[in-house]
Each structure stands twice: as structure tokens, then as C-alpha cells.
Design a protein around this ligand. Structure first.
Ligand SMILES: NC(=O)c1ccc[n+]([C@@H]2O[C@H](COP(=O)([O-])OP(=O)(O)OC[C@H]3O[C@@H](n4cnc5c(N)ncnc54)[C@H](O)[C@@H]3O)[C@@H](O)[C@H]2O)c1
Length: 362
């Protein structure tokens, strides 16, 4: 079997999920190297996951590891510079969400990958999550008539690492972090229909004092085909991860719940090791998830990209899709600041999307 050589950049939360996906589900991939800036962390990750080479220097990894693909699992502010570096070295790139901090960065990433002749995939796992895909396929069969409304929400009580709360590193709060999933999934469900307007409201309700970023947001997007989509996102919701969608059609409706709806419902007086992502207790009633990585579509997403590399196909979700998501995020921040609908296209010059909400727009 042909094996494509992968280097994972980053050794945190999502890198763990990607390595599980490669090792359990993708024999067509061989993870040859890991990068983390802290050598002890890089070495520990390599040892734990049986990865032959680790690096604390990105340039050395790119030059020496022999990887064909870099899988970028680094904080948002590093997405663009690392993509440019990898593309210049001829590496194919799969990049975690959000694509970049700014539309200018997004454009430069797309252009660099094009001119280097390398593939750029925007890693939106909801486009591959088996339950959501079951929904999409039955909707495409005509099961619920014509879609007139979509809803998607992702909520928990806040990210695991400090950088998410720092707008310089993240570019914004829960909208950047989790709203991007909803927006990408809406476009996916609608065959990349163009968004025409965005209205949003947001606030910092729970993490005040820790961050200036929004931790609760609601975004309403109108698409050119008349569909209305509502994204609900929160870093303020307790009780573990919530990720669900609703599809309303002229002949029916579908609801799908990726976490609670895929879990065993448990009651424990003693508690136990792990229930699901961001659940802070296992005492009492809890939702005991199984195959958490698989259910979210990560193996399917990464396997698809390896196939694209091996068979020279275009990824189903591209840099251009990531850019379209980012533009809608810009519009949502501006709408929440101005209290009015923002029409697309929308491309103001900002350093970080959240500046459009915080009032620092240039
Ligand atoms: N698809 C999803 O649902 C999903 C889930 C979680 C995270 N993500 C995305 O994955 C990316 C990484 O998030 P995470 O949750 O793994 O974060 P994390 O904090 O758990 O891990 C980040 C990694 O980057 C390293 N790092 C941090 N600052 C660095 C710097 N200045 N220079 C070099 N390395 C640095 C950290 O040491 C760590 O190895 C983010 O873009 C995030 O949005 C996606």
C-alpha cells in the first residue's frame, strides 16, 4: 500500500485527535514527524504515539523529515505563516480551522499553495461527520423537500488553552473558534451557495475578566437561494460539548445531535474517568461518549485528504471555503457592533476579525 508521509505540527488537543485518526483509521498515511516548540513536549508526543522523529524547529522539520504533507494543528495566528513556509517547500497542507486571522492572510495562503502546486485542504470535520453526512444524503434524496432553514450550534464552557482567550493569537472568541464550524457546514449543506447578508449579536457573559473576546454568539445568515441559517455558539454552556444541527424543509425536518445524542446516558455516584469533551464532572447523570473522534468525522476528513494527495484530486473543502467562512465571520463581528445587517461581499481592513466588534477597525 502506498503510504503518504505526514508531519503533524503542534502537540496539543487537536494533534492528539489527528494522530488517533491516522493510526487507527488511515493505513495510507505514515506519520513521520511531529513539531512542538517545547522539545520535551515534542519528544513525549513522539514517544507516546510511536512517531520516529520529533523537532522543536519548524524549518528543520520541513527540510529534514521527508514529509509530503504537513498537518497544521497550531494556534490560529500561526496558520498563515506556517502555511506559506510549508507551501514554499512544496508540502501539501491540511489546516485546522479557522483558516487564518485575516482575509489578506487567507488570500496569501491560497495564492501560495496555487503557485507552489500543492493542495490546501480546510479541515472542517463537520463536512465528514458520519451522522451529519447521513442527514445531508437523505436531504439530497429529497426526504424533506426544499431546505428553507438550517441551524447548527456548538457549545461548551470554554477552551482548554489560554491562547484561545487572547485575541492577538485567536483573532476572536467563540465565533472564530466554533462559529466557523456552523458557517462551513451551512455552505456545505447548500453546495457552497453564496451568503448575501449576515446579522449577529454577541456578548461576553461568562469569561469576563479573562478575555475581551465574545463567549456567546448568535449569527443569522441569509443565502442567495433564500435559505436562512442560524449559528448558535457558546463558551458559556456547562455540561460538556453540545454539537447539533437542525434542517427544516418544505416536506419535513431532521435533527441530529453529535454528542449527547451519540452517548450512553449514565448515572454514577462515584464518578469515572471520562465522559466527553469539556464535561467537568462524571458524578451523577452524564453522557458517556464512545468513538468520539470517529463520530466527529476526523478520520474521514484526513483520509479524504490523503486520497486527494495520492490520486491528485481537489479536496472537498478548500482554502477558498475557509476564506468564505472568514468573510462571514468578519460580517458577523461588524453586524454585532453596528446592530444591523451586513451585506456581502465584505472586506474591510483589520488586524483581527474581532476588532470589527471591539471597535478597533481601521
Ligand atoms: N476541528 C476542531 O474541532 C478543532 C478542535 C480544537 C482545535 N482546533 C484548532 O486546532 C488548532 C490548535 O488547537 P488545539 O486545541 O490543539 O490547541 P492546543 O493549545 O491544545 O495546542 C496547540 C499546540 O500549538 C503549540 N503552540 C502554541 N503556541 C505556539 C507558538 N507560539 N509557537 C509554536 N507552537 C505553539 C502548543 O504547544 C501546542 O502543541 C487551532 O487552530 C484550533 O482552532 C480545531
Amino acid at each position: 500500500m502506498q503510504q503518504t508521509k505526514i508531519a503533524i505540527l503542534g502537540a496539543g488537543f487537536i494533534a492528539d485527535i489527528h494522530i488517533e485518526s491516522y493510526h487507527r483509521f488511515i493505513p495510507e498515511a505514515e506519520v513521520v514527524a511531529i513539531y512542538a516548540r517545547d522539545p520535551a513536549k515534542a519528544a513525549a508526543f513522539a514517544q507516546k504515539h510511536h512517531i520516529p522523529n520529533w523537532y522543536d524547529n519548524l524549518d528543520r522539520l520541513i527540510a529534514e523529515s521527508g514529509c509530503e504533507v504537513v498537518d497544521i494543528c497550531l494556534p490560529n495566528f500561526l496558520h498563515a505563516p506556517v502555511t506559506l513556509k510549508a507551501a514554499a517547500a512544496g508540502k501539501h497542507i491540511i489546516i485546522e480551522k479557522p483558516l487564518a486571522l485575516t482575509l489578506e492572510e487567507a488570500d496569501s495562503m491560497i495564492a501560495a499553495c496555487k503557485s507552489a502546486g500543492v493542495k490546501l485542504m480546510y479541515a472542517e470535520e463537520l463536512c465528514f461527520a458520519p451522522k451529519y453526512e447521513r442527514v445531508r444524503h437523505m436531504v439530497n434524496e429529497g426526504a424533506i423537500g426544499n431546505i428553507y432553514m438550517l441551524k447548527q450550534g456548538e457549545k461548551h464552557n470554554g477552551p482548554h488553552s489560554d491562547w484561545f482567550y487572547n485575541k492577538e493569537f485567536s483573532g476572536g472568541g467563540v465565533l472564530m473558534d466554533m462559529g466557523c464550524h456552523a458557517i462551513a457546514w451551512f455552505r456545505w449543506m447548500l453546495n457552497n451557495a453564496k451568503a448575501v447578508s449576515v446579522y449577529a449579536t454577541m456578548a461576553t457573559v461568562y469569561h469576563k475578566g479573562k478575555t475581551v473576546c465574545e463567549d456567546n454568539s448568535v449569527v443569522i445568515i441569509e443565502f442567495e437561494n433564500g435559505v436562512t441559517a442560524v449559528a448558535e455558539n457558546s463558551w458559556a454552556k456547562h455540561g460538556g460539548m453540545d454539537d447539533r444541527c437542525e434542517v427544516y424543509g418544505t416536506e419535513g425536518v431532521v435533527y441530529a445531535d453529535l454528542f449527547m445524542g451519540n452517548a450512553a446516558v449514565s448515572y454514577s455516584k462515584n464518578g469515572y474517568g471520562y465522559a466527553m469533551e469539556k464535561a467537568d464532572t462524571t458524578i451523577g447523570w452524564s453522557f458517556t461518549i464512545y468513538e468520539e473522534v470517529f463520530n466527529q468525522g476526523y478520520p474521514h476528513e484526513l483520509k479524504h485528504f490523503i486520497e486527494c494527495v495520492q490520486k491528485d484530486k481537489t479536496p472537498l473543502v478548500t482554502g477558498e471555503d475557509g476564506r468564505a467562512v472568514l468573510e462571514i465571520i468578519y460580517a458577523a463581528y461588524a453586524s454585532a457592533a453596528q446592530g444591523k445587517k451586513i451585506m456581502l461581499p465584505f472586506h474591510p481592513k483589520v488586524d483581527r476579525p474581532i476588532d470589527l466588534w471591539l471597535g478597533n477597525a481601521k
